[in-house]
Design a binder for this molecule. Sequence first.
Ligand code: ATP
Ligand code: MG
Length: 579
Amino acid sequence: MDTRPAEDSPARESGSSDFIRSIIDSDNQNGTYQGRVHTRFPPEPNGYLHIGHAKSIVLNFGIAEEYGGKCNLRFDDTNPEKEELEYIESIQQDVRWLGFDWEDRLYYASDYFEQLYQFAERLTAKGLAYVDELSADQIRETRGTPTQAGTDSPYRERPIAENLDLLRRMRDGEFADGSRVLRARIDMAAANINLRDPIMYRIRRVHHPNTGDSWCIYPTYDWAHGQSDWIEGITHSICTLEFENHRPLYDWFLDALEATPPKRPRQIEFARLNLGYTVMSKRRLLELVREGRVSGWDDPRMPTICGMRRRGYTPEAIRSFCRAVGVSKTNSQIDLAMLEFHLREDLNKRAPRVMAVLDPLKVVIENYPEAQVEQIEAQNNPEDPAAGNRTLPFSREIYIEREDFREDPPKKFFRLAPGREVRLKHSYYITCNEVIKDPSSGEVIELRCSYDPQSRGGSTPDGRKVKGTLHWVSAPHAVEAEVRLYDRLFSVANPSDDAQREGVDYRTYLNPESLRIMQSCKVEPSLREATVGTTFQFLRHGYFCVDLQDGSAANLVFNRAVSLRDSWAKIERAEGGQR
Ligand code: ATP
Ligand code: MG
């Protein structure tokens, strides 16, 4: 069988190697799993996925594709208080959108609740688990500290038969919530705190999105996770670094269960993705949503996959970013600029170029015939000849960008000014002859210009040079739009760390200027039919994604995905790295 990925599959974008792939290579050489590679992406359905999860998705699904293996999607749904169907659905949508397919392998830890319970009875019967009646607080207090051993619970030496009886009665709902737990009987003096008789089951009468009310005891993540991987025949359990010191516990459980076959998974830990100027904890993202500090999980400022999608990010850009970041064993922070770089790279190839005036200033071309309209041919994307051409109407009245005109131009300002000639993109040269102002405010409200009829197409017979080229939109043909400009959600690179260090709330670092709304923008008429989710390059402004389009001119809304250049890097350079 040819297991090479198809030409256009996401795995083709890779080709890199790293310590995880080296481990898999050596497992394959040694026949550890008979050449099988089976990974999984195991989200807890307690929030929407973010760019950090994307890294894990790209890694797990990517590895499976590269090695001709499989990757499961498994919901680790052991904590029903915080889990919701909405999250289960959004997670599937986001993984699919990123370009990955779990085929028929959609699983839930809750699929294994019965099996996990039988395993728990088996450990109890072997004297390796016991029912404890200490309260949650007492359990915490007797757990010890990293430097101090814990102390044994008075219930630790209960006879096996009594433990089994109590465990069954816990399951049958005889005891109140929180009154008892099942604990693994390992070692209260273990150096690794995770081995100090960790909790396996707690009593909670909570409705579960998948199992309804059939259970009143729920397994802990630590008890469910390793066994779920093993049940599914996962070969390589790739997870983030914080699980490194849980690995001995997962091994202990599988040893205690005498689990074989399948051969137990090899757990490999890598560093989480951390991004600057945002937060990535689901708890905090949920707070921002609940408190209305953003418009929702899909607010285009959020680091969530759905927020990024709405902002105009493409799956290709996110995948290439994740691959470029790579995997490592040490935590570090990635610059937002790197993410934006990958987006620009991708959109530059595919986004059609259009003209949009965000802050319009009217220009009347006095020597242009009143009723005349010319249809000018314009290339959709110089990077992609297959994108073809479109026509742009040109007429006597146009809009240009307000900032493209200065009455009193400073040096090096090559755009329009009184008496100055500039080129209009795709059309004629115009010269500014007169400036009309609002008599009361003194604000410039209109420019009176003339055009050179021989300059169409960007040059004149006399070879006259002009320095500036402006974008424009024909006024009678312009479509009105709202444009939303986004900046970083937080005004400091490490909101969580800074907040902790300074003893303040992380929300104090929210950037009050993270959203700027421009109304009454004028965009070229070809955008009248633009569909939601399509991204365009607005010449000289950046890439913009259609957010809302209900057919009426007043309800065409664009989100700026990213500017054309990294203006922040420039500012940081100019200020010597200080901001
Ligand atoms: P929680 O605090 O709720 O556990 P979480 O972000 O770890 O939050 P999970 O649903 O447990 O959420 O994550 C699913 C998978 O994604 C896990 O394997 C986890 O290791 C991985 N993951 C989560 N955040 C990141 C990140 N920032 N970088 C890389 N992988 C991540
Ligand atoms: Mg987690």
